[in-house]
Ligand binder design. Structure first.
Ligand code: GLV
Length: 316
């Protein structure tokens, strides 16, 4: 650190990161913050707070000690092949972010399971018409990805009474009550069998890119609902359109797409079975980003590793 206060660079190619400044100033009065267009002396910069940071930039900060994601995902940081390998990359963990994700996924599951799109249409026409009511315990929800967010979502859905199955790359020691676990490639067919709603909360890695594809959809019961709150690149878009056209899938709720914002002429906007939301499932509060960045920087300077440190090999 070159000055009395830490120097934090706020770096993104797609977001105006200045929304974080009041939270950093509240957490650390007098903090030296820099934005991408005005980095001044890059040797001052101790920590970089990132969302899709410009490629190649982090490697040009000679005294960088911490790379902090504003989100739970770090794929947007590891997309840069030139990252300085010795600098820890940390993800954000935030109870409000977790609560936001639980609320979004619970809404998306309930919306289709209880046929609310039909009620919205019926209500507009003054139609009193009942759709089938299936008890939550007879509706199987599969949560792919049992990291912090996936685990919390699985637990909340089980609490709502849904029959919840979870799938992860490796086995989990402890699962919330009411959640049945599956793992690895060998566990995937059992996991997918009988799922009415599939929720994707996987990290984006080389292994999970394109996970949501025709082969996987074919292992779901006909007429299931896909919810993607992971990353757009988990989904093979043409395979989703084909699965909807054939009736293999009945509906999709997508909070994330390959290209964001989703172009106005994209086929997803025109398919009434697809509901797209603009990557709003949840957010990390600015206060949590500021606090975690400063706490992680202190840990790193004290020679310790934050427990939110990620690795390129894992991708999370
Ligand atoms: C948002 O998408 C995140 O990574 O938290």
């Amino acid at each position: 650190m070159s000055a009395a206060q830490p120097c934090v660079a706020l770096l993104s190619q797609s977001l105006d990161m200045r929304y974080l400044v009041p939270a950093f100033e509240a957490a650390c009065p007098g903090i030296d913050w820099r934005v991408r267009d005005d980095l001044r002396d890059v040797a001052d910069i101790d920590a970089a707070v990132c969302w899709q940071p410009p490629q190649g930039l982090l490697n040009t900060l000679p005294n960088l000690q911490l790379i902090q994601s504003i989100g739970a995902g770090v794929d947007h940081i590891y997309a840069d092949a030139t990252l300085p390998e010795h600098v820890p990359v940390c993800r954000a963990v935030d109870t409000d972010m977790t609560a936001g994700m639980i609320a979004y996924v619970a809404w998306a599951v309930i919306n289709r399971h209880r046929h609310f799109p039909d009620y919205v249409a019926n209500s507009a026409q003054g139609l009193w018409r009942e759709s089938p009511i299936v008890p939550p315990g007879e509706h199987r929800v599969g949560v792919a990805g049992l990291g912090r967010l996936g685990m919390a979502v699985a637990q909340a859905l089980a609490t709502l009474g849904y029959a919840v199955h979870g799938w992860s790359r490796s086995p989990k020691d402890r699962l919330p009550a009411g959640v049945t676990g599956h793992h690895g490639a060998a566990g995937l067919p059992d996991f997918l069998h009988g799922i009415d709603t599939l929720v994707c909360l996987l990290p984006l890695t080389d292994e999970t890119r394109g996970f949501l594809n025709t082969t996987l959809f074919a292992q779901l019961p006909r007429g299931s609902h896909l919810i993607n709150v992971g990353r757009g690149a988990h989904l093979v878009e043409a395979d989703l359109l084909a699965a909807l056209a054939s009736g293999q899938l009945a509906a999709a709720t997508l909070d994330t797409t390959h290209v964001e914002p989703l172009p106005t002429d994209h086929a997803f906007w025109r398919d009434p079975r697809i509901l797209v939301t603009p990557h709003i499932a949840t957010r990390t509060s600015a206060t949590a980003v500021a606090r975690q960045t400063l706490a992680n920087l202190n840990l790193v300077r004290a020679g310790q590793m934050p427990d939110t440190r990620t690795t390129r090999a894992n991708g999370y």
